[in-house]
Design a protein around this ligand. Structure first.
Ligand SMILES: [Zn+2]
Length: 465
């Protein structure tokens, strides 16, 4: 099937250019005029009052804007159309006359969550996106598993024909021909690799994804020469590359080849100061999927999750059946692979703490759609893991799912933070996520592009007769 990804560039409300931000004009006044100017400022608002007609104003919430900036209490956020018109404290942003005003006193306002690591399954796209919208995940990146109808569904979603988050995609990713996951692009030669990158470029993918992993020593890794050819050809087309990694040596080679964005983290040992230095110097970013790494034992250790409606609703029924069986859960805990994965997890958690302390950018990528990671729930679970295991504060974790993740997806993003000119993608929470990051699940309302969503958990689609 011919990809319809090109639709994105020409249409879709998500990619509307943002209005230029207002910058205060510095006034240069002679000293004699200063007193008069001060007097005028005191009795006149700094900017003309906003005409409230047609606006939605959310007033009184504590605003956590997604940049890592300290929260603003008693905030006022004015939404017009699909954009945020003003956002700030009530002193700076008075509630306009007219329009709709939502009293959000006692609540917490954060930007719609951004998740840079997801996989969608052929035929299950609408279900997956419905779960994510319900959970306030309003921007996603599909990382290399688009097969069957998925590319066409993504094009439809971008055209506004299917309810979905804002979607970025890598199309189909690269691995070794016999590597993991199966069914990916597995070029045998460097020239073939370049040809495949050119084909992806013609499909207008947002990035190139490659898996560089042995999957617990069961599969061959993509050859270094092939990786370099992919990265080089992608750079020629101005397309960023994101690599799934496990081993430290591979990161060195990939950085050398020009790769800057990494999925997961170093899991085969502790890195040294030399590694920290190259990560800082090259502006590397890591989206660890700490929650995903724990799923091999998490549910077995937390069987109460199986009573969690949102968790249950986000997992495919056959996988849920397996988890509901206590024998299977016991086997998960006893498995030799789980023991290996725990060791790798401990290295990765240490690695992410080290990177974070060194000021390296950490972004939220849940790996939703892989294994036991429920869509929607998985993003919140990753927020929790970034705090519990990655050493981020809740404020920093919200930036990892906000402005940092948005910057990972595109240059000059117009989403991922709550500020003038940004997309009106908002989550109103009924409890403080800074006190407990798990409170991001206490969602009162979700606004996507200026519209309050009707939330609800979608049913798993029945197979066609
Ligand atoms: Zn993945």
């Amino acid at each position: 099937m011919k990809s319809r990804l090109s639709v994105r560039r020409s249409s879709g409300r998500h990619w509307m250019r943002r209005r230029p931000r207002r910058h205060p004009v510095p006034l240069r006044l002679p000293a004699t005029a200063f007193a008069l100017a001060t007097a005028l400022v005191a009795c006149a608002p700094e900017e003309p009052a906003i005409d409230g007609a047609g606006t939605i104003t959310i007033a009184g919430a504590t605003l956590i804007d997604g940049t890592g900036a300290p929260p603003v209490e008693d905030a006022v956020v004015i939404v017009r159309g699909d954009r945020i018109e003003r956002a700030g404290s009530r002193q700076d942003v008075p509630v306009p006359e007219g329009g709709e005003v939502i009293d959000a006193a006692g609540k917490f306002l954060i930007p719609g969550l951004v998740d840079v690591h997801n996989h969608y399954r052929d035929g299950l796209e609408e279900w997956s996106w419905g779960l994510q919208l319900h959970a306030g995940v309003l921007t996603v990146r599909s990382l290399g598993s688009d097969h069957g109808q998925t590319p066409a569904m993504i094009a439809d979603a971008r055209a506004g024909n299917v309810a979905a988050p804002r979607i970025f995609t890598a199309g189909v990713g690269f691995s070794h021909p016999e590597g993991f996951p199966p069914g990916k692009l597995g070029p045998a030669t460097e020239e073939e690799a370049r040809e495949m990158v050119r084909d992806l470029a013609a499909q207008e993918v947002d990035l190139i994804k490659m898996w560089v992993d042995t999957f617990l020593d069961t599969r061959p890794k993509i050859e270094p020469g092939i990786r370099a050819a992919i990265a080089n050809e992608a750079a020629r087309h101005g397309i960023p590359v994101s690599a799934h990694i496990f081993f430290e040596d591979d990161v060195w080679q990939l950085v050398d080849a020009g790769v800057r964005s990494f999925i997961h983290g170093v899991r085969d040992g502790e890195v040294g100061d030399d590694f920290v230095a190259i990560a800082q110097e090259n502006g590397l970013t890591f989206a660890p999927a700490l929650g995903q790494a724990k799923t091999f034992w998490w549910v077995a250790e937390h069987p109460e999750l199986l009573d969690d409606e949102e968790f249950r609703a986000g997992i495919q029924p056959p996988a849920l059946e397996r988890l509901l069986d206590p024998e299977n859960r016991a086997a998960m805990l006893a498995s030799e692979n789980t023991a290996k994965r725990r060791v790798a997890f401990d290295y990765m958690a240490k690695f992410i703490r080290r990177m974070h302390e060194a000021g390296v950018v950490i972004t939220l990528g849940s790996d939703s759609g892989a294994g036991n990671i429920a869509y929607g729930w998985g993003t919140h679970h990753e927020l929790e893991a970034l705090v519990d295991d990655g050493g981020l504060t809740p404020l920093q974790a919200l930036a990892a799912a906000g402005a940092a993740a948005a910057a990972e997806l595109t240059d000059d993003p117009d989403f991922g933070s709550v500020a003038e000119g940004m997309a009106a993608d908002l989550l109103l929470l009924s409890a403080d996520p800074l006190g407990d990051i798990r409170n991001t699940r206490r969602i009162d309302r979700v606004m996507q592009a200026g519209v309050w969503l009707e939330r609800g958990l979608p049913e798993f689609p029945q197979p066609a007769e």
